[in-house]
Design a protein around this ligand. Structure first.
Ligand code: ADP
Ligand code: MG
Length: 230
């Protein structure tokens, strides 16, 4: 983690957003795996990537995301297509991206579809006064509609890990009850603990955003993450 941050800030003295590959590598250092994400530079590579994901034996549906440097809100910009099944669908989605985004686009990322599940978010933000906070809450399309979040100073205690979950208004959706399965709380705890270690080790991480984490009773997948260093 430290080596990666120093190398990035050496090359980018003002800081900035990590690209998708560096983002995945930094998260990996803290046991925070992203869903398999293949970066493909052109149409041919995108179609090959989708084919190889299909051969890996999941249900065959993929997500395609246009990539350009410094992008922030992909779906608001029209840069995310989900549930693509055939080569033709993948190819035409990629062509629409190139027409729409033009030269600033630098390829696309192909992922297997995750879920269905409950969309959560987790991240790190820097508080001007108190330092790094770990944030947790409802994510995905519900992020702005519901605004259901909890936050604690890093490093998190064992107690923080459980109260960050129970503090949410949506806690019953996570904990479950008879007839409602809930989500994999151990996996949620591992994500929060990993972010806590990352925040405590690397004060240069001014913003980290894992959104959504798609949580199911038997596991959790992070399909989108962004990290900004300063
Ligand atoms: P952004 O947050 O930049 O708009 P995301 O990569 O989070 O872009 O994609 C937007 C939404 O698309 C996600 O909140 C999720 O609902 C859906 N999505 C994206 N990638 C996947 C995937 N691999 N599997 C399932 N759903 C996905
Ligand atoms: Mg997102």
């Amino acid at each position: 983690g430290r080596l990666l941050v120093d190398a990035f800030l050496g090359a980018n003295p003002g800081g900035g957003w990590l690209d998708p590959v560096l983002t995945a590598q930094l998260l990996e250092c803290y046991g925070l795996p992203l869903t398999l994400s293949i970066w493909a530079p052109d149409e041919h590579a995108v179609v090959l990537a989708a084919q190889s994901l299909r051969q890996l034996g999941h249900d065959g549906r993929v997500a395609l995301k246009a990539y350009w440097q410094g992008q922030v809100h992909k779906s608001a910009a029209g840069a995310v297509r989900t549930g693509l099944t055939t080569d033709a669908e993948v190819r035409s989605a990629y062509r629409e991206f190139t027409q729409h985004f033009g030269d600033r686009m630098a390829g696309a990322v192909v992922q297997p579809m995750a879920g269905p599940g409950l969309e959560l978010l987790a991240g790190v933000v820097q508080d001007q006064v108190f330092g790094p906070l770990v944030v947790f809450g409802l994510g995905g399309t519900a992020t702005d509609v519901m605004d259901d979040r909890s936050a604690r100073l890093a490093p998190l205690t064992e107690r923080d890990l459980s109260t960050m979950i129970t503090d949410l208004r949506s806690a019953p959706l996570l904990l479950g009850r008879p007839g409602l399965p809930g989500v994999d709380l151990a996996a949620v705890g591992r994500v929060l603990a990993g972010l806590s270690r990352l925040a405590a080790d690397l004060p240069e991480v001014v913003e980290a955003d894992l959104n959504p984490l798609i949580a199911r009773p038997d596991g959790l997948a992070c399909v989108d993450a962004r990290i900004r260093l300063e």
